[in-house]
Write a protein that binds this ligand. Structure first.
Ligand SMILES: NC(=O)c1ccc[n+]([C@@H]2O[C@H](COP(=O)([O-])OP(=O)(O)OC[C@H]3O[C@@H](n4cnc5c(N)ncnc54)[C@H](O)[C@@H]3O)[C@@H](O)[C@H]2O)c1
Ligand SMILES: O=c1ccn([C@@H]2O[C@H](COP(=O)(O)OP(=O)(O)O[C@H]3OC[C@](O)(CO)[C@H]3O)[C@@H](O)[C@H]2O)c(=O)[nH]1
Length: 396
């Protein structure tokens, strides 16, 4: 519930209510950001997306305490003249819109490049021309691979943080060759970052760029065949959740040796709210938003999720009477899983200096705890539907 007492920013200044045009509000991050803004702030959100399934609970009924402070505008920013008007009548635009699932990058490279670069151009233009603040969502993937990944496998320098810590104002962007079309996404994101930065330098655009480092939690992507296409390939959390729900082996691409750091969506949203409400500290900055303490290989993630799932199913089995199970893992090649042109980031550890200094933000939630709450959500949301779909498949 938004409190009536005045909210103050990190420097003690009163935060006045303002209007936010949130493009991509119907997605994973957008839905959590809308929840936060509605429940804890007096701000108004113009929620722009082609879908609203993940924010329907915020839009109705009219008796909701924030009714009137969130409006949904169903539009595709590729070709809709209403976009400029929505940006002009807002104080701030947050752009989350993207194709951002790796399975698309090497199979739909043109759509990926258009979505992450071409379609973002009018958003930047309208913000700059109308002197409106922009918070643009980029990705940790703009760093690509670490410098250390090019060292000999047994080089001791691979243990030197200078060869793997990713820092906004010093780390290079290192992508694979052109035929590795996986990098179409990261390259498009890098170029729109450079365009936004140039609009700031040359035309005074007030911008903040966010580089999320694998944010995970409830409502991320979809479960194939349940609330997404059966042949769809979502990001790893949903892939592994789907395997666990269907009691299938978890597939480890190229042995699951790549490393990631995962941050709980609710921790990350705190960082975004600080950026929104502290323009003086956020404007002109690029921010890593991740949790360097939650690093695992993909194989370790699969093992952890299996353990959490097993413990959940032990408790659940007591209630449902179903036997609890442990899913094995199997190794698959990236060519088999993603197709030609796949490539991968080896390691993603965010340097946290700038976000600590500017916004005083640090993540709180351990990987185990975030997996517990997320898998509980996945079970509560999908277990019955998956059971029905399996039964239907067997019957047919
Ligand atoms: N979730 C993460 O861990 C993560 C990591 C790195 C970067 N990001 C970036 O953060 C942003 C949001 O990511 P997410 O995880 O919420 O993804 P998501 O796919 O759940 O949300 C993106 C939303 O944008 C909407 N959208 C896409 N194209 C659109 C268009 N042309 N017009 C209107 N709406 C459109 C989609 O319908 C979707 O609801 C993306 O820019 C993504 O690249 C996310
Ligand atoms: O069934 C599976 C699915 C994936 N993997 C491997 O897991 C690693 C992570 O994959 P994923 O979560 O799909 O995406 P990435 O972390 O590679 O990239 C995303 O991160 C940020 C973002 O920009 C937006 O979300 C996006 O690009 C990876 O190594 C897969 O190969 C698996 O083994 N099994």
């Amino acid at each position: 519930m938004a409190t009536s007492s005045a909210r103050v920013d990190l420097d003690g200044n009163t935060i006045k209510p303002f209007t936010i045009c949130m493009i991509g509000a119907g997605g994973f991050i957008g839905s959590h950001l809308c929840e936060k803004l509605m429940s804890e702030t007096p701000h108004t959100v113009l929620a722009v997306d082609v879908y609203n399934d993940k924010i329907k609970h915020l839009l109705e009924p009219d008796s909701l305490p924030w009714a009137g402070r969130i409006q949904f505008h169903r539009l595709n920013i590729k070709n809709d003249s209403r976009l400029e008007g929505l940006i002009k009548c807002s104080d701030l635009t947050v752009n989350l819109a993207a194709i951002c699932t790796p399975a698309d990058y090497n199979t739909r490279p043109l759509d990926t490049i258009y979505s992450n670069f071409i379609d973002a151009l009018p958003v930047v233009k309208y913000c700059s021309e109308n002197n409106k603040r922009l918070i643009h969502f980029s990705t940790c993937e703009v760093y690509g691979k670490t410098i250390g990944s090019y060292l000999p496998k047994d080089s001791p320098l691979r243990q030197d943080p200078a060869y793997y810590i990713l820092k906004e104002d010093t780390s290079p962007c290192i992508f694979g060759s052109i035929e590795k079309q996986r990098w179409s996404y990261a390259c498009a994101k890098q170029l729109i970052e450079r365009l936004i930065y140039a609009e700031g330098a040359e035309n005074g655009l007030e911008f903040t760029i966010v580089r999320p480092f694998n944010w995970i939690g409830p409502r991320m992507d979809f479960i194939p065949g349940i609330d997404g296409p059966s042949e769809g390939v979502p990001r790893v959390l949903a892939c592994f959740s789907n395997n666990l729900l269907r009691r299938e082996p978890l597939k480890l691409v190229d042995g699951g040796e790549s490393q990631r750091t995962f941050v709980y969506i609710k921790d990350a949203i705190e960082a975004v709210l600080l950026m929104i409400e502290n323009p003086g500290r956020a404007n002109g900055h690029i921010f890593n938003v991740g949790n360097p303490n939650n690093e695992v290989t993909v194989r370790q993630l699969a093992e952890m999720m299996t353990k959490v799932n097993f413990l959940y199913s032990l408790v659940y089995a007591k209630v449902s009477g179903e036997d609890s199970i442990e899913s094995p893992t199997i190794d698959v090649s990236s060519k088999e899983f993603y197709g030609e042109g796949y490539d991968d980031s080896d390691k993603r550890i965010p340097d946290m200096t700038i976000i600590n200094k500017q916004l005083g933000w640090d993540p709180k939630t351990s990987l185990w705890d975030l997996l517990e709450s997320t898998l509980t959500y996945q079970h509560r949301t999908y277990a019955e539907a998956v059971k029905q779909s399996i039964a239907k498949a067997v019957a047919n």
